[in-house]
Write a protein that binds this ligand. Structure first.
Ligand SMILES: Nc1nc2c(ncn2[C@@H]2O[C@H](COP(=O)(O)OP(=O)(O)OP(=O)(O)O)[C@@H](O)[C@H]2O)c(=O)[nH]1
Ligand SMILES: [Mg+2]
Ligand SMILES: [Zn+2]
Length: 371
């Protein structure tokens, strides 16, 4: 949109445009200020980028109230938020509202169960990074495409650590056969293979998010794209090829190219999702079929455009298998709320200091990681 005013806005490099300006208008009239959530420090605490610089913003009461009904009512990294400076507290702000999201990437369970974990908002492209060493898993890629399908962002599969695989092209072919039409980029942050292709997505004002298991090289790739980002990376343990959750928070960085790049910690953050992954792995045939259902939340009952029912009707999938799958998914959904409780937080004077301490100390929920 060619709107000179929004193009000259100090937040334009962060993706602010005429449409955001319009969505924000009622809040502007109320004397509030727009900002983009750039770091999720803890639940309900964010570093936000305003026209004047970074502030620490805290959700006010309304958010906690709303969140009881909808977990994704809370801001995620990438969200445009409505704030006001906290009276008498320099560098701090109150967070009042979210501007309606253009896209949202969630980890969600297939089969229509309403448990979601919001990863990032207002992203244009989401890269699922796999390591071509030992991390590569076609079923995980299928699950990712299930999640990406409804996100509003363009999914791209990234096969990293090409330097450690004898034939990366064969893997690409395998994925393309599994999921026709999917975009696959082979990379190596060590040899720089594929970085130009990856960088082709990193155009000014575009928001890119990197997701994938710990240790696959998300931060390494982002550091290559945004040389000044200096996101922490760490050595993979030799014995199992898995990482150590070096990235401990979601963070948006402005790359020299003008793109906005979101780094995320390895995805298996909650025990729930591990259990779920196991179920979905065991029922990969159903997960694959459901990729072709018209509705993301298809329950495979009588929805139009369902791809699972016809497979049962044609005798390709035993009906009992769908029943078992539903039963296991149902059990997980019942377990979900207790695991999703937000952890208690205490306020500290300097958010930068807190962030540093926080980065040095793993989240408690990371005890449930993949190892
Ligand atoms: N051989 C090889 N190693 C790589 C490549 N990319 C990253 N690595 C190594 O893989 C390890 C993990 O990289 P990170 O960038 O920290 O991985 P991550 O995905 O950000 O991990 P988390 O932050 O824990 O989610 C580091 O030791 C990197 O040096 C690559 O292309 N080839
Ligand atoms: Mg990382
Ligand atoms: Zn269906």
């Amino acid at each position: 949109m060619a709107n000179p005013e929004s193009a000259n806005h100090p937040l334009a490099p962060y993706g602010w445009d005429a449409k955001w300006e319009a969505a924000f208008a009622p809040h502007a009239a109320a004397g509030l200020v727009p900002a983009r959530a750039v770091v999720e420090l803890r639940r309900h605490y964010y570093a936000v980028q305003t026209a004047e610089g970074e502030l620490l913003a805290e959700c006010i009461g309304k958010f906690h109230h709303d969140a009881k009904r909808a977990p994704d009512a809370y801001p995620a990294v990438g969200d445009w938020v409505v704030i006001s400076p906290s009276p008498g507290a320099v560098g701090r702000a109150q967070l009042h509202a979210l501007l309606p999201r253009r896209s949202r990437f969630c980890r969600q369970s297939a089969g229509g169960v309403q448990t979601q974990q919001l990863i990032a908002a207002n992203i244009d492209v989401v890269f699922l990074v796999s390591g071509l060493d030992r991390n590569y898993n076609p079923k995980r890629i299928q699950r990712f495409l299930v999640a990406a399908r409804d996100s509003g962002a363009e999914p791209v599969v990234v096969l990293n650590k090409a330097d450690l695989h004898p034939d990366p092209e064969a893997v690409r072919t395998e994925i393309e056969r599994l999921v026709p039409g999917v975009s696959v980029i082979i990379t190596s942050s060590h040899t720089r293979r594929g970085l130009k292709l990856l960088g082709g997505h990193a155009t000014p004002g575009r928001t890119l998010a990197f997701v994938g298991s710990s240790g696959v090289g998300k931060s390494s790739l982002i550091n290559r794209l945004a040389r000044d980002a200096e996101l922490p990376i760490a050595e993979v343990r030799e014995k199992d090829g898995k990482g150590r959750h070096t990235t401990t928070r979601r963070e948006l960085v402005l790359a020299p190219s003008g793109a906005l790049i979101i780094d995320t910690p390895g995805m298996r953050e909650l025990q729930l999702w591990d259990a779920e992954d196991a179920v979905e792995e065991a029922f990969a045939d159903i997960v694959t079929l459901s990729l072709r259902c018209r509705f993301t939340n298809c329950l495979h009952e009588d929805e139009p455009g369902c791809a699972v029912r016809p497979a049962i009707a044609a005798g390709e999938l035993p009906a009992s298998r769908l029943e078992n799958y539903r039963k296991l998914k149902g059990e997980q959904a019942a377990k979900a709320p207790a695991l999703r409780k937000p952890s208690a937080v205490a306020s500290k004077p300097s958010w930068k200091k807190k962030a540093a301490e926080h980065a040095a100390q793993p989240f408690r929920h990371r005890q449930h990681r993949e190892d």
